[in-house]
Write a protein that binds this ligand. Sequence first.
Ligand code: ATP
Ligand code: MN
Length: 477
Amino acid sequence: MKRTKIKALLATTDFGNEVTVMGWVKTFRNNQFIAINDGSSIHNIQAVVDFNSTEESLLKRLTTGASVAVTGTLVESLGKGQRVEIKVKTLEILGDSDAEKFPLQPKKHSLEFLREIAHLRFRTNTFNAVFKVRHALAFAVHQFFNERGFVYLHTPIITASDAEGAGEMFRVSTIDFDNIPRNDDGTVNYKEDFFGKTTNLTVSGQLEGELAAMAFGDIYTFGPTFRAENSNTTRHLAEFWMIEPEMAFYDLNGNMDLAEELLKYVIGYALTTCADELEFLKGRLEEEEKLKPQQERSELDLLSKLNFCLENSFERITYTEAIEILKQSKPNQKKQFKYLIEEWGADLQSEHERYLVEKHFKKPVILTDYPKDIKAFYMRQNDDGKTVRAMDILFPGIGEIVGGSQREERLEKLEQRMSEMHVPAEELSWYLDTRRFGSAPHAGFGLGFERLVLFVTGMTNIRDVIPFPRTPKNAEF
Ligand code: ATP
Ligand code: MN
């Protein structure tokens, strides 16, 4: 089936040629103008049929959603809104779409409604743009690391270690729930399970990533991760994709530099390769913002916000400095925060993160050196005995987008912290081997891919930047 993609036709100035286009009908107006989209561009091509010489029954089948093949001459358009159009010679309906039943009518649908028909929402302008940007960002991530000699490592999806504690885990099992094998004492006999022990879906590839970094130097993972956390927010999914670089001979500063460079690189890539899509999404966001009260609207439009992020260095402050700022802040003094900041050691909630980023600094912020008690066991301990070499990157409208740290490379310190936090050392013996044999300073971070896509597309619900979202009580499609 030979066809030319609409994106190429819209860019051409080569008029008079015969071309074939295949795509889906967006609208059919005046018994004459078909707007066709084939997904290659957010823009449609207009095909003009001569209704005098076309069968009435065929014209009737030109309904929104129908798939068509159109052959005709590419001509300069006289109408407004497009530069080129096709003068139709032959028209074939490849797949009908019953206008009465097709849920996507040519009008504005709410994002909530579109989520319910996620199998069809790809055909809307909004989701065409969102998933093009998502693709571009994924491609840019690989390009960034490839250019820098990082090895793309595939860490396991099914893991036997549930020690990291990054989140609640999903159990992987083939046990028949109607006929559970039991030990004499009544407990479940997992020796009978598929792997002969309990296994889970991974919450992070970091621990395995560290093993490879201790051989390749620089590695990254980019894969799905799963968290059974019952948090029904606009920023949490039960299944999400994470990018996790891990680098030997890196300290926290190098780690922050790399994360900032990565974010700027991929945002810059989207700006140059998805100009049409981002222009459309900018307009979409402006429409959405009009519904909000003036003081809640963002000061910058989508493109300005992305460019601002590229042109300014991220603010770097310690957790301790952040606590001081928050304590003095208006919403804390006036008791407007849901969780008031009273003392050092408090875990920061998203309201605090957003205050720092959106109100105080008005730019991305990297917070470092968190209290050890609110961070994972593997983070490098500072000499003060209280804090660890952690860093979180906070973005406007998003909150935490990156979480990372310099890792504890000293075996004794690591073992001591594991025992304090009741992390079973025997189960992680393989992990501790990296510290036993040629341990080296190293660092890494995790970038939540959907939070990145949220930021770049200006969408506001994480369910709208992954094709088929999985959230509590929802796993459709
Ligand atoms: P949060 O406090 O927002 O739940 P976290 O501290 O649990 O995040 P990490 O364990 O550090 O996050 O994971 C690294 C990154 O993965 C986060 O910075 C975020 O971008 C992303 N992330 C974490 N949990 C989720 C989730 N449930 N859905 C989507 N992205 C997530
Ligand atoms: Mn979390």
